[in-house]
Design a binder for this molecule. Structure first.
Ligand code: ADP
Length: 171
């Protein structure tokens, strides 16, 4: 699987599946979640409600992933995953890594060839950007999916992208 790191807006990516840094309610939120629902239209929220009612009445647990339609977005699917809130006192990185791995597994099961990720947990949930990039790359680099041939990490804004470049350059 090829890994590309780009600056951009995930809602504009021409890929088979985009990953949403959702919250466990699956009912939409701020940040990238808000942008995806805004640009994707009401079909995404309608399917989120149905998925929640039938499979996750208590909400989608942190680290897990579930797919819906991508509505009006260029992608075919949105894969919703719930990142952990950053903690300075507790190591929650296994849950963050689960988000990348489980989203990739869902994409692979759907037969998606290309998947774009935002930097999960690195916005409202407060994860330090450099470590968030390191965790993402380490999971994606060791993955061996059957269908997915490209994973794209989409960094929002020049500052976040610059930090990601530094992490990449440092190896
Ligand atoms: P979380 O609650 O998991 O921290 P956020 O949506 O607050 O989720 O932030 C996750 C990352 O997504 C942050 O780096 C934020 O800058 C970025 N982001 C926000 N909007 C977009 C977008 N339209 N495309 C890609 N990334 C985005």
């Amino acid at each position: 699987m090829r890994i590309n790191v780009v600056e951009g807006d995930i809602t504009a990516q021409r890929v088979d599946a985009i990953v949403n840094a959702a919250n466990s309610s699956l009912l939409g939120g701020r940040g990238v979640d808000g942008a995806i629902h805004r640009r994707g239209g009401p079909a995404i929220l309608a399917e989120c409600r149905a998925v929640r009612a039938s499979r996750y009445p208590d909400g989608l647990p942190t680290g897990q992933a579930v797919a819906t339609t991508a509505g009006d977005l260029p992608a075919r699917w949105v894969i919703h995953t719930v990142g952990p809130v950053w903690s300075a006192t507790e190591d929650r990185s296994a849950l963050l890594r689960d988000c990348y791995a489980n989203s990739l597994r869902v994409a692979d099961e759907l037969g998606a060839g290309t998947v774009a990720y935002p930097l999960i947990s690195a916005g409202i949930y407060g994860w330090p950007v450099d470590d968030a990039v390191r965790q993402a790359l380490s999971v994606l680099r060791s993955a061996e999916p059957a269908a997915v041939t490209e994973a794209r990490l989409v960094l929002f804004g020049a500052d976040t992208h610059a930090i990601a470049r530094q992490v990449l350059d440092a190896g």
